[in-house]
Every structure is written in structure tokens, then in C-alpha cells.
Write a new protein. Structure first.
Length: 412
């Protein structure tokens, strides 16, 4: 048993952080609304989303292992500075809005379990705790916490699946036979785009370094790690859709639909079903906060250092001690403290518009850059994309461009 545990620990690692970070309140809300409106016939969308995100993240990791530089270092050194300017501008807006949303979601989840404290107070406690854990804990410590959180997330959701009445034959058909209900296209694309996160995929590069997976010899281990991560992520989305399609929660706005879903579960699966689900919701949003607080400052740190070292060789740019960098800690503080204001104020309309437009553009932006970067033999050698990878990247670009059009037209 000890040998198995050690082998498991050595084989799997950063993928668990990706899985835990990629499933947040937004993904749960999208899956819940989709399941409530259209039922389990849209389960295939979770599998498509998981496949696309796997291909994107595998490309991010393969670039790093084959070149010795992170993807952001590649953007700075290989492309016009407008790429880096766009991304750091987007990262600043994205970080502020997402951090505020995660605080609110953690506050809501904790308040639903322990209502003695208000949502804003719980949100503040969670962000301060997450910041402290990131500052004092090393990568191994964070990885172990994430494994526990993943265990909470998935065990609670899977238990709920067995507490409600489900036709498993129909579920299987819905996963392998794509069907598009009338009026579901926008929501379907939202589910596909929401599975597995967006910007947080780039954090995988830095967690690989922390894990010590720096050579191309680790490519098979990384592919297995990511396959497990996105299998779990897709499974979680499928479970949420099944649960919400069964109990059909009333439509309410924002994260409160999750609480409404828990109340409905209390009616169909009993009081245990309700509390088990609420604990799983808390596990999902707090693990997402931990992952964002730890991983996203690496991106800011890497961009700043890469800009400052633009004329140096990639191996002279030191990001191994990123958590101790002043740029890393500056952006961690930016994520953990200023967005507290959003717990008490409505988000300004102009911030929402900027966020919607920039977010919708990011996924086709990432897919297009991977299509270029990982097909240049001069850059990645014989580790260039296979035809299937290129096909998935092209499909994802088209899907996300259409979603970008829908999102920006709806917002503006």
C-alpha cells in the first residue's frame, strides 16, 4: 500500500491542481443552468470541452518541455509586444473580477453551511486564509491540500448521484450522441468553454517546474497527468448537469442557483443530500481560489521578468523562485485584497464590458498561438503538433470565435 501511495504521488501531481482550479463557481453555475433548462441530453458538451482543454493544456506543456521556456516567455521573445500588452491588460482585469467572484462564492458556500457569519465576512476570511497558505506553504503542501479538496468535491457529488433516481441508459446515450436542443447554443458553448478553466491552464507550466518535471522525458507522464485531470473535470461537470436535470432548480441569478439546487436536493435526496452537496460546492470554490491565488501570480511574475530579460537567453530567466519574487507577491496581494470591495459594491458596467470582451477573446487567442508556435519545427523540433491536435485547435478556434461574437454582441 505504501509503495502504491508513493507511486501515485510520483505519477500524478500538477494535474490535480489544474482539475481543482479549473472547476469554480462559474463552471458549476453554467452546468447547473444547462442541466436545469435542457436536461441530460447535453452531457456530450462536457466531454467535448474536456477534450479541447486537454489539447490546449498539453500544447502548453509540450512547448515548455521542448523549448525550455514557458509559453509566456515564448510570447515575449517570439512575437510583437502587442501580444504581451494584451495579455497583461487582460490578466489585470480578469484577476480583479475573478478574485471578487471567488470571494463571493466562497462566502456564499461557507454562509450556507455556517450562517452565523455574513457572506462578505466569510469571503474576506477565505481570501486571507488562501493568501496565507500560498505564502507559507511550498508546492508539495499545496498539492496535498488540492488532493484533499478534489476528494471532497468529487466524493460529495458522486454520492449525490446515487441518492437520486437516474436512468443510466439515457445518461450513456446523452454522453455519446450529440444533440442540440432549440435555443441551447449559447449555453452549450458556455459549458464547453467553461470546462477546465481558461487562464489557469497557463499555470500548469509553473506547477510542472515546482514538481521537477522539466525535461522532455516527462512528456508521457504529463499527458497521463492531464488526461486524468480533464477526465475528473469532465466527470464533475457531467455529474452537476445530471443532478440539476433531475431536481430542476428554479431559475435565480448568480451563485444563488447553487444554493437553490442544494435546497431542491434536500427535497429529493433528503437532508443528507443537501448538506453533502453544499460541502462539495465549498470544496470546489475554495480549491479554485487556492489554485488562482497560487498559480496566477506566476503569470504576472513571468511576464515582468521576461520583459526585463528580453535580450537574455531563456535559461537565464529565473522563475524557479517565483513565489518569493516581489512581482509574484505584488500580484498575489492584488488578487487577495482590492477585490474585497466587490463584496460590498456592484461591479461597474465598464469593467463588466471589458471583462466580457477580453475573456471571450482569450480562448481563440490561446488556441491560435499554440497552432502557430507548436507547428514550427525551428522552435519545437519533432515535437510539433500531430494532425489531430491541429484539427482540434482549428475547431476550438471556430467555436470560441463564435462564442466571442455571441458574448460581445450580448454585452455591448
Amino acid at each position: 500500500m505504501i509503495k502504491f501511495g508513493k507511486k501515485f504521488k510520483d505519477i500524478f501531481g500538477p494535474g490535480f491542481l489544474i482539475a481543482a482550479t479549473g472547476v469554480g463557481a462559474g463552471d458549476m453555475i453554467a452546468a447547473t443552468v444547462a442541466g436545469a433548462r435542457f436536461g441530460h441530453i447535453i452531457l456530450w458538451a462536457c466531454l467535448i470541452g474536456a477534450l479541447i482543454k486537454y489539447v490546449l493544456n498539453e500544447g502548453v506543456a509540450r512547448w515548455q518541455l521542448s523549448t525550455g521556456s514557458t509559453l509566456l516567455e515564448g510570447w515575449v521573445s517570439k512575437f510583437h509586444s502587442i501580444i504581451s500588452v494584451y495579455f497583461i491588460s487582460y490578466l489585470t482585469i480578469w484577476g480583479f473580477i475573478v478574485a471578487g467572484a471567488l470571494m463571493a462564492a466562497c462566502g456564499l458556500a461557507a454562509h450556507s453551511i455556517f450562517p452565523q457569519l455574513s457572506i462578505p465576512v466569510w469571503g474576506i476570511l477565505h481570501t486571507l486564509l488562501a493568501m496565507a497558505l500560498v505564502l507559507i506553504g511550498k508546492y508539495r503542501f499545496l498539492e496535498n491540500i488540492m488532493k484533499v479538496m478534489i476528494g471532497i468535491m468529487f466524493s460529495t457529488v458522486i454520492i449525490n448521484l446515487f441518492l437520486i433516481d437516474i436512468n443510466w441508459g439515457e445518461i450513456l446515450i446523452s454522453m455519446i450522441v450529440p444533440r442540440v436542443p432549440e435555443g441551447s447554443m449559447t449555453l452549450l458553448l458556455g459549458v464547453i468553454g467553461g470546462v477546465g478553466g481558461s487562464v489557469t491552464m497557463l499555470c500548469y507550466n509553473y506547477w510542472l517546474k515546482e514538481k521537477g518535471w522539466n525535461s522532455i522525458s516527462k512528456i508521457k507522464a504529463i499527458k497521463l497527468d492531464l488526461k486524468v485531470a480533464y477526465f475528473l473535470t469532465g466527470l464533475f461537470g457531467i455529474a452537476i448537469i445530471i443532478i440539476s436535470s433531475t431536481v430542476n432548480p428554479e431559475q435565480v441569478s448568480g451563485s444563488k442557483i447553487i444554493i437553490n439546487l442544494a435546497d431542491k436536493l434536500g427535497e429529493t435526496a433528503g437532508v443528507y443530500g443537501k448538506w453533502i452537496f453544499l460541502i462539495g460546492f465549498w470544496g470546489a470554490v475554495f480549491s479554485s481560489m487556492l489554485g488562482v491565488w497560487n498559480g496566477v501570480p506566476y503569470l504576472f511574475n513571468d511576464l515582468i521578468i521576461s520583459w526585463k530579460s528580453r535580450n537574455k537567453k531563456a535559461n537565464e530567466i529565473n522563475t524557479d523562485s517565483g513565489t518569493k519574487s516581489k512581482y509574484y507577491r505584488l500580484f498575489l496581494a492584488y488578487l487577495a485584497i482590492p477585490p474585497i470591495l466587490l463584496l460590498f459594491l456592484d461591479k461597474p458596467v465598464w469593467v463588466i464590458i471589458l471583462y466580457a470582451v477580453a475573456s471571450a477573446f482569450f480562448m481563440p487567442f490561446l488556441a491560435a498561438l499554440l497552432l502557430v508556435m507548436n507547428n514550427k519545427i525551428a522552435w519545437v523540433g519533432h515535437y510539433k503538433n500531430k494532425w489531430f491536435t491541429n484539427l482540434i485547435l482549428i475547431i476550438s478556434i471556430l467555436l470560441f470565435l463564435y462564442l466571442m461574437f455571441l458574448e460581445t454582441s450580448k454585452t455591448i
